[in-house]
Design a protein around this ligand. Structure first.
Ligand code: BTN
Length: 252
């Protein structure tokens, strides 16, 4: 049932019991010329990386920690599109595998009942204004229980199992579902560009149409989230009527 049927995404799978971070291994493989669609997956990460230099708690074998190597022929400025594409694939893949109400929050948070269920970290290799490779890291909390999370995360993080009354999910079913959706959206993207992804993302993202506060490194922007641009930038309509673009921020 959980057999991977994808053609390109997951064509090569590198599986490790324990790594510092699957991103580290994937970056190394990129240097060695790894093919598009190569996936690095580990049971445990001793130094899982989150966005903005934060740690990502992934010492448990109960989650899914993996990185996908992509080699799209796109300019570096549009690389954030891949993060949004990933969010769509993860949302659809998780919802299909579990029937739970999974939400997307800009730019790359995947939430379940308001708590973080998955994280996405997109890192790129570029040279002379062309992308050589993009390494998309995905962390999915699957079978952890409350006590598996460190104290400081218990209010903000959750797992599929915790949200499904303790049901234990087969991790292979979950990753297969996500990778199938990934392949679908990635090839649609290469074929038709960002537009279909942007439309789907705007449907799925709970951020859109709501009053939000975006905290960037330098300031806070308050207003209604109107949508995203082709670069994956969030557009916020402020009280004074002006539109502000936010590239990277935490959203409340
Ligand atoms: C975030 O929300 O801050 C992003 C978290 C990304 C975590 C995944 S787990 C697999 C891959 N390897 C890492 O070290 N990080 C990503």
């Amino acid at each position: 049932k959980s057999k991977l049927q994808t053609k390109a995404i997951g064509r090569h799978i590198v599986y490790k019991k324990e790594v510092t971070s699957t991103q580290d291994i994937a970056h190394q493989l990129v240097q060695e010329g790894a093919e598009e669609g190569t996936i690095v997956i580990a049971d445990k990460q001793t130094k899982g990386k989150g966005r903005l230099g934060r740690p990502w708690h992934s010492m448990e074998e109960k989650g899914l920690w993996f990185s996908i190597i992509l080699r799209p022929d796109i300019p570096p400025q549009v690389a954030p599109q891949l993060t949004l594409l990933t969010a769509v694939a993860v949302q659809e893949g998780l919802e299909r595998a579990t029937d739970l109400p999974v939400e997307i929050k800009w730019p790359n948070d995947i939430l379940l009942r308001g708590k973080k269920i998955a994280g996405i970290l997109t890192e790129m290799h570029s040279e002379l204004d062309r992308i050589q490779a993009i390494v998309v890291g995905i962390g999915l909390n699957v079978n952890q229980q409350k006590t598996d999370f460190p104290e400081e995360l218990s209010a903000v993080a959750t797992s599929l199992s915790m949200e499904a009354n303790g049901k234990v999910f087969q991790r292979s079913d979950v990753i297969v579902s996500v990778l199938e959706k990934y392949e679908h959206w990635y090839y649609k993207y290469l074929d038709q560009g960002f537009f279909p992804i942007k439309k789907r993302w705007e449907q799925l993202a709970t951020t859109i149409g709501k009053e939000i506060t975006a905290k960037t490194m330098r300031k806070e922007v308050q207003g209604i989230a109107e949508g995203i641009t082709d670069e994956g930038v969030l557009l916020i309509r402020k009280k004074d009527g002006t539109l502000e673009s936010v590239y990277s921020a935490d959203i409340d």
